[in-house]
Design a protein around this ligand. Structure first.
Ligand code: NAI
Length: 456
């Protein structure tokens, strides 16, 4: 039998595309070697949010006195948290499997390798069988990058070093946790383990945390976590990982120093999974290890699309959904293109950080004449009511001449839930004066967007 579409990888890009394709009447096969749901559902977005929610409840219990609530002897049962996380994952991955079954999508649980093109179509081998499809969508995702720093790979083999996969299965709370990389994964895990009592040290090679996050927002986030006892070593270059320690060269030179620790999290980025999947058999082009795609998910080879982390473009689950959908629409001959300038991003720390579009610095780097307006979250009564001592801010970046909104960036809770509206604002290229005419529910934290629009 020839499938209309074979999808390699059942993560957010793959399973969502499968639902859309099958919904449009395509005979669809998903080949997944591990578990449906991919990194996001099994060892990324959802498991971490489950842990972070428990930490938030625990933090509220410990620090409720600011709100007149006193709790004696609050404790957290980390093993229970992990069990609950496993239940949440099982429920959601079960939901994906049921949705695919309901749409008649076939799922093969094996590792798939592209095996060239025959007269019937593209051939993929999985679990000793050959499957042929008229079209192929590559959604093989990404894996944690573990560079050849001496001792780093050995540390993962011994269990002392962990990636996002192992840390989410760990049953004990390490007394001292070193986190290499102060990006999204590093900060979210630092947040959880700080809340549950580990002594956390974040070792970051740049002079700031949070990667491309707005500099003021990253500084506020750092200040919040430093006040809670997380240690940050910025501008630090890890030289090796030894038994019970991470060695590094501190910022500004000086002698090698080390962070003694019981466990190490390696969170220094991810790389696309393109090795060993047979791309060369069909001539799919890669650049720096990622499949090259356009905004419609097309690769350089007719009949082959790619979506999700494997294209190395944005490496976020919600981008993966969108890319998978755009690719399926393209297969169906419909016009669609992903707008990579309007993809929101969130760091689920407490307070949350959320962002969409250009920061002032990014606008400047692109040669765009932009203005930036910074407002305090305290302009929202709801924020003040719920954030004793909060220091959240929101920044609006707009084109100087027309006031078109280029970016919105914030730190403060509910940011993760507010940012999608901001993505629409940026995607639709609205102007500050358009925002002034929208009615925001009161009292909500999102009202600060309206306030900022009046001040630009
Ligand atoms: P990342 O790219 O966000 O951060 C990696 C950090 O490690 C950077 O700050 C980098 O400067 C630093 N670094 C690199 N090499 C280093 C070294 N040798 N020593 C010290 N620091 C070093 O990568 P991360 O945190 O591993 O996350 C991977 C991917 O997962 C990201 O692409 C992210 O988009 C995605 N993700 C998204 C989440 C979200 O949307 N909330 C949550 C978790 C992951």
């Amino acid at each position: 039998m020839t499938y209309d579409l074979i999808i390699l990888g059942g993560g957010p890009a793959g399973y969502n595309a499968a639902e859309r394709a099958a919904g449009a009447g395509m005979k669809t096969l998903v080949i997944e070697e591990r578990a449906l749901g991919g990194v996001c559902l099994n060892e990324g977005c959802i498991p971490t949010k489950t842990l972070l929610y428990s930490a938030k409840v625990y933090d509220h219990a410990k620090h409720g006195e600011k709100y007149g609530v006193k709790t004696e002897g609050a404790t957290i049962d980390h093993s229970f948290v992990i069990d609950r996380k496993d239940r949440v994952v099982k429920m959601l991955t079960g939901g994906v499997a049921a949705a695919l079954r309901g749409l008649g999508v076939e799922v093969v649980n094996a590792s798939g390798v592209i095996n060239g093109r025959g007269p019937e179509g593209l051939s993929v081998e999985a679990g000793g069988k050959e499957y042929v499809g008229k079209r192929l969508l590559i959604c093989t995702g990404s894996e944690a990058s573990v560079p050849p720093i001496p001792g780093l790979r050995e540390s993962v083999a011994s269990g002392f070093g962990m990636t996002n996969r192992e840390i989410l299965a760990m049953r004990e709370i390490p007394k001292r946790l070193a986190v290499i990389g102060g990006g999204v994964i590093g900060l979210e895990m630092a947040s959880y383990f700080n809340s549950v009592g580990s002594e956390v040290t974040v070792i970051e090679m740049l002079d700031h945390i949070g990667g491309p996050t707005d500099a003021d927002i990253a500084a506020i986030l750092l200040k919040n976590y430093a006040a809670r006892g997380v240690k940050f070593l910025l501008g630090a270059r890890v030289t090796s990982v030894g038994t019970g320690r991470v060695n590094y060269l501190p910022a500004g030179g000086g002698a090698e120093a080390s962070v003694p620790c019981d466990r190490v999290l390696i969170s220094i980025g991810r790389r696309a999974r393109t090795a060993g999947i047979g791309l060369e058999s069909v001539g799919v082009l890669t650049e720096r290890g990622a499949v090259v795609t356009n905004g419609r998910g097309q690769t350089n080879v007719a009949g082959i699309w790619a979506a999700g982390d494997v294209n190395g473009r944005s490496m976020l689950a919600h981008t993966a959904y969108r890319e998978g959908e755009a690719a399926v629409r393209d297969m169906l001959g419909q016009k669609d293109e992903v707008d990579y300038d309007a993809i929101p991003s969130v760091i689920y720390t407490n307070p949350e950080v959320a962002s969409v579009g250009l920061t002032a610095a990014a606008a400047k780097a692109r040669g765009i004449d932009a203005v930036e307006k910074k407002v305090t979250m305290k302009m929202s009564g709801r924020y003040v009511a719920e954030n004793e001592g909060g220091d959240g801010i929101l920044k609006l970046v707009a084109g100087r001449e027309h006031g078109n909104i280029l970016g919105i960036h914030m730190i403060g809770n509910y940011a993760s839930e507010i940012i999608y509206g901001c993505a629409i604002i940026v995607e639709r290229e609205m102007r500050a004066k358009d925002l002034q005419k929208f009615v925001f529910p009161h009292p909500t934290v999102g009202e600060v967007i309206r306030e900022a629009a009046f001040s630009i």
